[in-house]
Design a protein around this ligand. Sequence first.
Ligand SMILES: Cc1cc2nc3c(=O)[nH]c(=O)nc-3n(C[C@H](O)[C@H](O)[C@H](O)COP(=O)(O)O)c2cc1C
Length: 235
Amino acid sequence: MAGWKKVVDEVHAAGAKIAPQLWHTGIMRGVGGEGSSLEPYPDVPAFGPSGLLMPGKEIGHSMSLDDIEQVVAAYVQGAVDARALGFDCIEIHGAHGYMIDQFFWEGTNQRSDAYGGSLVKRAQFAVDIIRGIRAKVGPDYPIIFRFSQWKLVDYHAQLVNNPEELEQFLKPLCDAGVDVFHCSTRRFWQPEFEGSDLNQAGWTKKITGKPAITVGSISLKEDFLDERARGIAEH
Ligand SMILES: Cc1cc2nc3c(=O)[nH]c(=O)nc-3n(C[C@H](O)[C@H](O)[C@H](O)COP(=O)(O)O)c2cc1C
């Protein structure tokens, strides 16, 4: 914590603002990896050539309601600590197939309780975290939420297939208290859905009315981008 305070102070002294990203990797950390009690896969990575973390492969046990409560409390504590240290806002990592995304994605969420099933129920774990944080940090502390369709184990995974589903997914997160969405795509110039040029951040902003951050190959040299992408980048 003392180390992070130094980082916050230095960033502020240089005239910028800073947010930490709160992140739990879930079963991506490697089943049987350090600190894990999961057998019988000691030292086996959860992804990579062995491809253990894939839909249809049971490689751990579902989190109990008690586990969920503990992890939610840890996220809330992380946000409270961040605010106390002087961070200007926090970001919650709900993307790329890590723990929160393991709840979102039907490929990895096999639950039949309040945290599994429909898109809205699969968002409940994130909602609990956001609500818990919002209740402790007050109404004015910005909460950024990062999400993605793609997963490290599957670049073509889809959480939502059309704007209506995206709206169903985003509404509970907005209602819980998200201020800004960080839309993680791998190619920012690609339209998210057929029939519109809007990318994921564009749709998110249109649907929620909230600021949205876009990302994905923005810094590639011009040679890598076609003319249309360069046009979008300039705007
Ligand atoms: C080595 C490496 C580490 C990353 N770590 C994180 C991370 O901790 N949290 C996160 O949300 N994204 C992480 N990402 C993803 C990037 O934030 C970003 O979404 C990705 O690089 C695509 O954007 P770009 O093409 O503009 O770089 C990481 C990417 C790389 C290559």
